[in-house]
Design a binder for this molecule. Structure first.
Ligand code: SAM
Length: 278
């Protein structure tokens, strides 16, 4: 069994384990599939294409990193779509709630997660439904706010994004101070089509969550409590070659030239990309 390591200081990440290094810096190890690893690799090797959306695995790594840095039992997602994020975090939380406006996507998710009783699928507009969900929480939670119109099968509520209502609902919760909030697609917050500008979101969040850290990095808006350790953990994303299919995947990628060579450990080249977005 071989391990490819993808080192990304400050980048996001299936938190498996944290370690103290020299008593200071923390390392978070995240396992991803070879398929995900190759996808990430392909995207990064084209990362000069600033503005190109990162693959979903990139977001999964970020969510998993925060799940490790801020352990919470409940995960709340707005915008289920095909349930990719729920699938990715399904073993990291004991209570998972996801809200989807498109009836077809909601029914699909309900079917997919039917045999996992810790996952609850809710149908409706998250700008409204989130209120009941948040009211039911007795503990701080992690929120993945991603319920917006995105073409294709996706739905559109009264607004293209209900983000303002969502943030207000979360801020009104008794444990608001301890919630962790990640908002996808920071680059869409441009003041157009119901999207507030990033500056407006920042002003709003600093008012609603005065004690929280507000950051925009790698296209994600991140709102979370202060950490005791001021040093950001280093994230190690690693992937295990566990069978013939994985070998074939790697071979195929080398053959088509999307992966030049696998050197172990594999060094993450992400520092080259623009920090706020990609
Ligand atoms: C970008 S996709 C979500 C992807 C998913 N969170 C993931 O990470 O795999 C956005 C989803 O939000 C849904 N949506 C749009 N407006 C919504 C609203 N007001 N309330 C709930 N869901 C909404 C769309 O139908 C679409 O399925």
């Amino acid at each position: 069994m071989e391990t490819v390591v993808h080192k990304s200081p400050g980048l996001e990440a299936d938190a498996v384990q944290q370690q103290q290094i020299h008593g200071q810096s923390c390392v978070i190890k995240i396992d991803i599939s070879i398929k995900g690893f190759l996808r990430l690799h392909r995207w990064e090797s084209k990362s000069k294409l600033v503005g190109k959306y990162p693959p979903h695995i990139f977001k999964q790594i970020a969510v998993k990193e925060y799940a490790k840095r801020f352990p919470r039992t409940t995960f709340v997602e707005t915008g289920t779509y095909k349930g990719k994020m729920i699938e990715a975090v399904s073993t990291l939380f004991t209570n998972i709630i996801t809200i989807e406006l498109a009836a077809k996507l909601y029914r699909r998710a309900k079917r997919i997660f039917a045999n996992r009783p810790h996952i609850t699928c809710i149908h409706g507009d998250s700008g409204k439904k989130l209120k009941e969900v948040v009211a039911s929480l007795n503990e701080p939670a992690m929120f993945w706010l991603d319920g917006h119109h995105c073409g294709g099968l996706s739905a559109k509520g009264d607004l293209n994004t209900p983000i303002i209502a969502e943030l207000e609902i979360i801020a009104n919760h008794k444990r608001a101070i301890d919630h962790v909030i990640l908002i996808d697609d920071a680059c869409r917050f441009d003041g157009i089509d119901d999207y507030p500008s990033l500056e407006q979101i920042e002003v709003m969040c600093r008012d609603l969550f005065p004690h929280a850290v507000f950051e925009v990095e790698k296209n994600l808006i991140r709102i979370h409590p202060q950490e005791k350790n001021s040093q950001r953990p280093t994230v190690l994303v690693q992937s295990h070659v566990s069978g013939l299919i994985d070998m074939l995947r790697i071979f195929g990628s080398v053959l088509v030239g999307s992966v030049k060579a696998f050197k172990l450990p594999f060094k993450y080249p992400g520092e080259k990309v623009a920090d706020r977005f990609y």
